[in-house]
Design a protein around this ligand. Structure first.
Ligand code: ATP
Ligand code: MG
Ligand code: FE
Length: 340
């Protein structure tokens, strides 16, 4: 089954073709980073309008890369939520309309299920059950994946998401938008143990996270410092150590609590080198498997949506002609994948 995937939930326009027989056939991505940089954050109306401009050309380019035409498609998957409603509607309207015109099924994919399944596009990926750490710009969650579509939330952030904490912390130290990757790069020049910040909520049981206090700690440290280049790198290093160690501690707890033998990591912060090192070390020590998406599939992309949608369409899921867009949508309400 050949499925076109469309992602427009935020500031990336992503398109991909996934073939259940041959794997990923092609993927194209356009990032709106430059469009929003002057504002220091995503401006929803600008995002929607830019998706309108970029989406159709990207679909054409993606099909051409795969050497396919519209008539070769067997289904269309689009991100139905969660995300910015105007942005979601662009992908949903095109995806649903294309499927209607081609007389093929369409499916609205949950963006976080897309992230969660992205590691399974890699070779030697584990099959459920496993624990998933979802760390993106809007979410920080530990999920017990009992099967595809069968998700139990183990814990989540009480305030900022991990990616959001990276972005806000970077911003308060004057780093350019989007801050997360800049801060991570700077941390590589930072010296260890010059700044030590709290590991929030690791002193009590549970799998919840909280990152907003950490951001305040960094703000105070930065304000009281000489604000020089080396100091900024040292603080960045201290912050990255605090976040990644906190995440690793909670992952270990989740593995112990569930008894699962594999950990899957997804979302933009999954691209963080230090986090990958720590989780690889944890996996070796606990003798579990750890699996990450390739770097480009950590942040938003069309491949994860094509893949998640293809799994559901191939299992026989179908939906009506309505265009779906759910700005808020709880992943635990998804149906478990019907076993083939
Ligand atoms: P959501 O998926 O929750 O709706 P989103 O789609 O905006 O949010 P992603 O695209 O998965 O999130 O990830 C973007 C986030 O990842 C940003 O907050 C960014 O700063 C962060 N990020 C990207 N690369 C790195 C890195 N190397 N280190 C730390 N954070 C990173
Ligand atoms: Mg983005
Ligand atoms: Fe995302």
């Amino acid at each position: 089954m050949i499925v076109l995937g469309i992602e427009t939930s935020c500031d990336e326009t992503g398109v991909a073709v996934y073939d259940t027989a041959r794997g990923l056939r092609s993927h194209t991505l356009y990032s709106q980073i430059r469009l929003h940089a002057d504002y220091g954050g995503v401006v929803p109306e600008l995002a929607s309008r830019d998706h309108v401009r970029k989406l159709v050309p990207l679909v054409r380019e993606c099909l051409a890369q795969a050497g396919l035409g519209l008539a070769d498609l067997d289904g269309v998957a689009y991100t139905a939520g969660p995300g910015l409603v105007g942005a979601l509607l662009v992908g949903a309207a095109l995806g649903r309309a294309l499927a209607f015109a081609l007389e093929i099924p369409a499916i609205g994919v949950h963006h976080m299920e897309g992230h969660l399944l992205a590691p399974l596009l890699e070779e030697n990926a584990p099959q459920p059950p496993f624990v998933a750490l979802l760390v993106s710009g809007g979410h920080s969650q530990l999920v017990d994946v009992r099967g595809i579509g069968d998700y139990a939330l183990l814990g989540e952030t009480l305030d900022d998401a991990a990616g959001e904490a990276f972005d806000k912390t970077a911003k308060l130290m004057g780093l350019p938008y989007p801050g997360g990757p800049h801060l991570a790069k700077l941390a590589q020049q930072g010296r260890p143990d010059i700044y030590t910040f709290a590991r929030p909520m690791t002193d009590r049981p549970g799998l919840e996270f909280s990152f907003s206090g950490l951001k305040t700690q960094v703000l105070l440290a930065w304000q009281q410092s000489d604000q020089g280049e080396q100091t900024r790198a040292d603080i960045a290093r201290g912050f990255e150590e605090a976040v990644t160690e906190t995440l690793a501690i909670k992952c270990e707890r989740a593995l112990v609590q569930t008894g699962r033998g594999a950990l899957v990591v997804a979302g933009g912060v999954g691209a963080n080198r230090r986090l990958r090192e720590r989780l690889a070390e944890l996996a070796e020590r606990r003798r579990v498997q750890v699996c990450f998406p390739r770097l480009e599939f950590c942040t938003d992309n069309g491949a994860m949506i094509a893949f998640a949608g293809a799994l559901r369409l191939a299992a026989g899921e179908r939906e009506g002609a309505a265009i779906r867009a759910h700005p808020r949508w709880d992943m635990a309400t998804l149906p478990a994948l019907a076993s083939a």
